[in-house]
Design a protein around this ligand. Structure first.
Ligand SMILES: [Zn+2]
Ligand SMILES: [Zn+2]
Length: 331
């Protein structure tokens, strides 16, 4: 029912593409990240919660239509619907049904409910297209309240030592999740423009984010002492050194599970916090679909497919243009 073409994942019967990477007539979009929501399509269809995010990133002029979660849209006999993927705010899996056959495209997903992105919903299907960003047994996440504790302890200690805490995570998704996890009784939460622009959009949609302050030019390095900044260091134009302010820099990402990545980032702390499913999460999600056929996209596609085949599932790796967990500079 769905095929993998040069433009993207294609439903021929409906003449619709899912998260296409080349410009097409009709695109159904899983979420706002730049490897999934690209420029140049004639018509976009996404879930309500993603609309303003996508318009913010691709321009107000795009032709965009929405459905609510669970609402169905039938195009030439094929029924499409969006279901929570738990990855970031407004992220959806895409369910496709034609003559009783059901396929589900996972997009990016996370099985732990983070409190702001919506809880991942397992959908029974015949074929499941899954990501595999962290598809190795090595990747097993701590529950997020534990990671939150580590982050807040780090912030508290920095405050005691009169340091500025600088925590980087990509602007759409990770930044909001970090803000959600911070203990704002410790100090103030500052953000840069790209993060705060997204914050404003999601607050307008009713997501209860903690209070944050947008960094502006008139602020002095001293203003941030004891407080935390959610932004990549490259986005900041504050001369902490000149002001003699000590900064502790940290990154929150699933990739921080790898020692080499922590060292390469040259940061003081790496918090292992991902918006993608870990190994147990991927396996549980796939089992819950009951799918006989699994197509494995971006990540450890070959190894993870092989593992699934050993478990008696017909799995094959497919190549797409999606990328896994983004590092903090990208979106
Ligand atoms: Zn994503
Ligand atoms: Zn992605």
């Amino acid at each position: 029912m769905l095929s993998f073409t040069k433009q993207g994942i294609f439903c021929k019967q409906a003449n619709v593409y899912i998260d296409p990477w080349k410009p097409v007539e009709r695109a159904i979009i899983s979420h706002g990240h730049s490897d999934h929501a690209r420029r140049g399509h004639k018509n976009y269809l996404c879930v309500q919660e993603s609309k303003e995010i996508i318009r913010h990133r691709l321009g107000k002029k795009i032709n965009i239509d929405t459905l609510t979660f669970g609402e169905r849209r039938t195009i030439n006999g094929v029924t499409f619907s969006f279901h929570p993927a738990g990855h970031i705010i407004g992220s959806a899996q895409i369910r496709v049904e034609y003559k009783g056959e059901i396929w589900v495209f996972s997009g990016d997903y996370k099985t732990e409910d983070d409190g702001i992105s919506g809880a991942f919903e397992p959908i029974p299907c015949h074929a499941f297209i899954t990501e595999s960003t962290f598809g190795l047994p090595f990747y097993q996440w701590q529950p997020q309240h534990k990671v939150a504790e580590e982050i807040n302890n780090w912030w508290r200690l920095n405050k005691v030592h009169n340091r500025v805490s600088l925590l980087a995570g990509y602007s759409l998704g990770k930044a909001q999740r970090l803000i959600h996890l911070l203990d704002d009784s410790i100090g103030k939460i500052y953000t840069n423009d790209t993060v705060e622009d997204i914050n404003e959009i999601v607050r307008m949609q009713g997501v209860p984010l903690k209070a944050t302050t947008r960094i502006h030019q008139g602020m002095k390095a001293e203003d941030f002492v004891g407080n935390i900044i959610i932004a990549p260091s490259s986005a900041l134009h504050i001369d902490f050194e000149k002001a003699n302010c000590e900064v502790s820099e940290a990154v929150a990402s699933g990739w921080m599970a790898i020692r080499k990545m922590r060292i390469n980032r040259k940061v003081d702390r790496g918090f292992v916090l991902s918006d993608h499913a870990d190994w147990p999460g991927l396996n549980a999600a796939i089992r819950a679909t009951g799918a006989e056929h699994v197509f494995v996209t971006h990540g450890y596609t070959n190894m993870f497919s092989k593992w699934l085949c050993e478990q008696g599932i017909n799995a094959i790796p497919v190549s797409t243009k999606y990328v896994g967990e983004l590092l903090e500079k990208k979106s």
